[in-house]
Design a protein around this ligand. Structure first.
Ligand SMILES: Cc1ncc(COP(=O)(O)O)c(C=O)c1O
Length: 386
């Protein structure tokens, strides 16, 4: 019998971070700094609204684009945070996480062979999503020298007549980098000059430390060419509810909604009810979790630096991204050895792109005590390998 799997899928590499979770799951007393997921449970008042919706019998599909009450809540939320106005019925779509929104955004704008500038290091799905949408990912490497912020010149050097879009994600997974206003305006200038769409994945928007997040679409002239993506997963500890959203000008939104309607029908109903509560009344929860993450962030960044693993200050998300080159190991060797010898799981930076080579991603969503213990184990490891 012939192989039925499509060539495009066969050639797609598996996610480079899964392996570490799979190994870690087979070991006892592992401290995982591997997973990119909040350690908090969904705040009770948000959870209750989801439960209430089930008990009230709201177990059917919603409108394709999502409950209008939720789209109104998203519209108010974006306006409240950034002063940008999106029409709830025409410019907002509720999706199955940012994961779905990202695929829809790309599929909605790409003709076969269109190029997308993908800034790396980045979320592992980004290049695969461009390819599956028929586009060509053109990698733009951001480096530690600019704290992993992309520059206008780096983008400019990759422009061709086929360039259609720029895909950015700040605060960033895996580096924890944010984009300063200066760098944001450089990206905006390139987008305007070459008439590009900017897909801005801002899923970590509420998790910033000592800085204020500015949404890319709030920049002058950018609202009309930006597809803004965000969702409930990270800020509200709601990864399993699978609710994200996209906001974009009407013609793009119409295309995304058409695709979503055929692909998904509607995002989970229970999650949509919970999301309404989160967006209107979840600010104190976000503030609490951000405060907790911030303490863990300081602990882990100081810990890495004091062990000689140089780590720039991550100002967003919940990841630290120290350099491990001092050990003489590759980032993969480092992760393998640390997991086997000390039962601490981190993931290799190269899994997120070439410019992540020589770094590891350590998520600081684990408890303060566990991070302390992980640092003690790491100190032992460094006496052998430092
Ligand atoms: C940058 C980034 N975008 C999107 C996602 C996926 O988010 P969601 O749970 O909303 O699908 C993640 C999850 O790790 C992420 O890090």
């Amino acid at each position: 019998m012939r192989s039925f799997v499509a060539q495009q899928v066969k050639q797609m590499p598996p996610s480079g971070i899964r392996r570490y979770f799979d190994i870690a799951a087979t070991m006892e007393d592992v401290i995982s700094l591997g997973i990119g997921e909040p350690s908090f449970e969904t705040p009770p008042h948000i959870l209750q609204k989801g439960v209430d919706s089930l008990v009230a019998g709201r177990t059917g599909y919603t409108s394709n684009a999502g409950l209008i009450e939720l789209r109104q809540a998203v519209s108010c939320y974006i306006e409240r945070l950034y002063g940008i106005s999106y029409h709830p019925a025409k410019e907002i779509l509720i999706t199955v996480g940012v994961s779905e929104a990202l695929w829809l955004a790309l599929k909605a704008i790409l003709d076969p062979g269109d190029e997308v500038l993908v800034v790396q290091p980045c979320f592992v799905a980004n290049t695969a999503a461009v390819e599956m949408a028929g586009g060509i990912p053109v990698i733009v490497d951001a480096y530690v020298e600019t704290e992993f912020q992309v520059t206008g010149a780096q983008l400019e050097s990759k422009i061709t007549p086929r360039t259609k879009a720029i895909l950015i994600s700040y605060p960033n997974n895996p580096t924890g980098a944010i984009l300063t206003p200066q760098h944001m305006s450089e990206v905006a200038a390139v987008a305007a000059k070459h008439d590009l769409v900017v897909i801005s994945d801002e899923i970590y928007e509420r998790l910033v430390y000592g800085v204020k997040h500015q949404s890319f679409s709030s920049l002058p002239g950018m609202r009309e060419r930006t597809i803004l993506l965000s969702g409930m997963s990270k800020s509200f500890a709601m990864t399993g509810w699978r609710i994200g959203y996209a906001a974009a000008p009407e013609p793009i939104m119409e295309a995304m909604t058409k695709l979503h309607q055929y692909l998904i029908m509607s995002a989970p109903t229970m999650g949509q009810y919970a999301a309404i509560e989160a967006l209107y009344n979840g600010d104190p929860d976000v503030a609490y979790m951000r405060g907790e993450y911030d303490q863990r962030r300081r602990l882990i960044v100081d810990g890495f630096n004091s062990l000689g693993l140089t780590c720039f200050e991550p100002r967003g998300a919940f990841y630290a991204f120290p350099s491990i080159t001092v050990t003489g190991m590759s980032d993969e060797q480092f992760c393998d050895a640390l997991l086997m010898e000390e039962h601490v799981a981190v993931v290799p930076g190269s899994a997120f792109g070439k410019s992540g080579t020589g770094f590891v991603r350590a998520s600081y969503t684990n408890s303060y005590e566990n991070i302390e213990e992980a640092l003690e184990r790491l100190a032992r490891f460094m006496t052998r390998h430092g």
